[in-house]
Structures are given as structure tokens and as C-alpha cells.
Design a protein around this ligand. Structure first.
Ligand SMILES: Nc1ncnc2c1ncn2[C@@H]1O[C@H](COP(=O)(O)OP(=O)(O)OP(=O)(O)O)[C@@H](O)[C@H]1O
Length: 254
């Protein structure tokens, strides 16, 4: 299988020399094309730091990141901006939709920056919003949507550039359990039908149970992994076990 994201010996230090804090300590992992990978671990274990470094939002203090075989550590700012826009999609806990734009314009935003023809953008929005079940919401503003609809709009926006990989930080963190399940079903569907690689940070064992593989972080290091055998309930049970072994119940780890 082809590697989509390669993380080699990544270290991340925050703060000044002498009083610095090491948030990631020699982390290495490979994520393959078409995988849906979860990242879990206690609060402060380095999940968001790792996601931000993998997705080029942040830079590692040392180590190497390749996305689809392209080294991204040393890209110049303008190359990095283009790479981010074209090759990766982002989904955040709080949706990050712009309040003064309709859902359609929010979804179109990454492509309008790329000078793509209007009709091509409209066709793509039509296709994606149908896939995500929000085609009747495109003229509404974000405040007129439910949380689940907002997140599905944000997923459409992440997908509009046909990215190689989607990075999601707690995508269900602000949603109730029904909306969470709808969003996770959408992500799973995209992963299976479009083959998009998805990397998702989550605290939620149910969300993690949608993944093909879960990597566990503790104190800035990879602490373990779980692989799905296709049985979601079984994976959910194993995740809860793993969280308990790592030193607390699911809630204590929040
Ligand atoms: N900008 C920063 N400056 C200094 N320290 C930071 C910074 N960002 C994160 N940290 C520290 O790095 C460690 C890892 O943070 P990170 O946000 O990656 O953890 P996390 O596992 O995502 O936590 P949570 O589940 O609470 O979101 C924490 O101890 C945090 O306080």
C-alpha cells in the first residue's frame, strides 16, 4: 500500500531554550492511502500538536514529514500556502464557517481563491452537498443551520479541492450523539467511496470506533495502536479498555 503521510522522528519543543517543554518526543508513524486513522490519548499528550505538524499548520522542531512522498518541512511560505490549499482539507471542532457568507459561499471559498470557473464550482457544490445530505441548506447562513449541518458544510468545504488527505481535530466535539453519528457516517462514507485518507483526533471512543486504526499518544510518544477487524462494537470495547489501561476512564481522560 502507498504511504500518504510519513512522520519520521518528529520532536516538538515549545518555549524558550532553557525553559522549553517537549510536547512530542521522537514520534514516527506512517499513514497509508485510503486509511481512516484516529489519534487518541489523554489531555496534553500531544494529539493536536501532532495533527498540526502532520497537516503543515505547525512546524516540527526536528524530524521529517512527507505527504504523498513530498517533503513538507522545508516548503517556503508561498509553496506551503498552495500545498495546504490544494492537497489537504481541514475540519475543526467549531466548524470555522464564516457567519456573513451563505453555506454555498463558505463551501466554495477554497476554490474561488484558485480562480476556478463558477459553473464548475456550483456543480461540485451540488455533488458534495447531495452526498452530505445538506443540498437544501446551501442558501442558508451558518446561524440558520444545526451543529451537525454546520459540520457537514465544513466537510464539503474541506472536500471541495479534492484533497489527498483530511485532517480533523475533534470533529464531533461540539455535537450531540445523533449529529455526531451522522457526521461520522459521512466521514466513513467519504473515506470508502472517494478513497480520501482521513486522520482524526478524538476523545470519543464511539468516534474512534469508525476508524480503521487508532494510534494512542501518551506524554508525547506513541503508546500503542488498535486495528479494526471491521467490527465497530468490538473496536469500541477495545478502545475503552485501552483508555483504561492508559490510566483512567474515558471521562477522566477528557
Ligand atoms: N503553543 C504552545 N505553547 C506552549 N505549550 C504548548 C503549546 N501548545 C501546546 N502546548 C503544550 O503541549 C502539550 C500538548 O498539547 P496538545 O494540545 O497537543 O495536547 P492534546 O493531546 O491535543 O490535548 P487536549 O486533548 O487537551 O486537546 C500540552 O502540555 C500543552 O500544554
Amino acid at each position: 500500500m502507498k504511504k500518504m503521510v510519513e512522520v519520521s522522528n518528529v520532536m516538538k519543543e515549545y518555549g524558550e531554550v532553557g525553559s522549553s517543554f517537549r510536547a512530542l518526543k521522537d514520534v514516527s508513524l506512517d499513514i497509508y492511502k485510503g486509511e481512516f486513522v484516529g489519534i487518541m490519548g489523554p489531555s496534553g499528550s500531544g494529539k493536536t500538536t501532532l495533527l498540526n505538524i502532520m497537516s503543515t499548520i505547525d512546524k516540527a522542531s526536528s524530524g521529517r514529514i512527507l505527504i504523498d512522498s513530498e517533503p513538507v518541512n522545508n516548503l517556503k511560505d508561498n509553496e506551503l500556502a498552495r500545498f495546504r490549499r490544494d492537497a489537504v482539507g481541514f475540519i475543526f471542532q467549531d466548524f470555522n464557517l464564516l457567519d456573513n457568507m451563505t453555506t454555498r459561499d463558505n463551501i466554495a471559498l477554497p476554490l474561488t481563491l484558485n480562480n476556478i470557473k463558477h459553473q464548475i464550482i456550483l456543480d461540485k457544490i451540488d455533488e458534495l452537498t447531495k452526498l452530505l445530505g445538506i443540498s437544501h441548506q446551501v442558501d442558508k447562513y451558518p446561524y440558520e443551520l444545526s451543529g451537525g449541518q454546520k459540520q457537514r458544510a465544513a466537510i464539503c468545504r474541506a472536500l471541495i479541492t479534492s484533497p489527498k488527505v483530511i485532517f480533523a481535530d475533534e470533529p464531533t466535539g461540539a455535537l450531540d450523539s445523533k449529529s455526531s453519528s451522522e457526521v461520522l457516517e459521512c466521514l466513513k462514507n467519504i473515506n470508502k467511496t472517494m478513497g480520501t485518507t482521513i486522520i482524526m483526533v478524538t476523545h470519543d471512543a464511539n468516534a474512534a470506533s469508525y476508524c480503521d486504526r487508532i494510534m494512542f499518544l501518551r506524554d508525547g510518544k506513541i503508546h500503542g495502536r488498535l486495528d479494526s477487524d471491521g467490527n465497530k462494537k468490538e473496536l469500541y470495547r477495545k478502545v475503552l479498555n485501552m483508555l483504561a489501561i492508559m490510566g483512567g476512564t474515558e471521562n477522566e481522560l477528557l
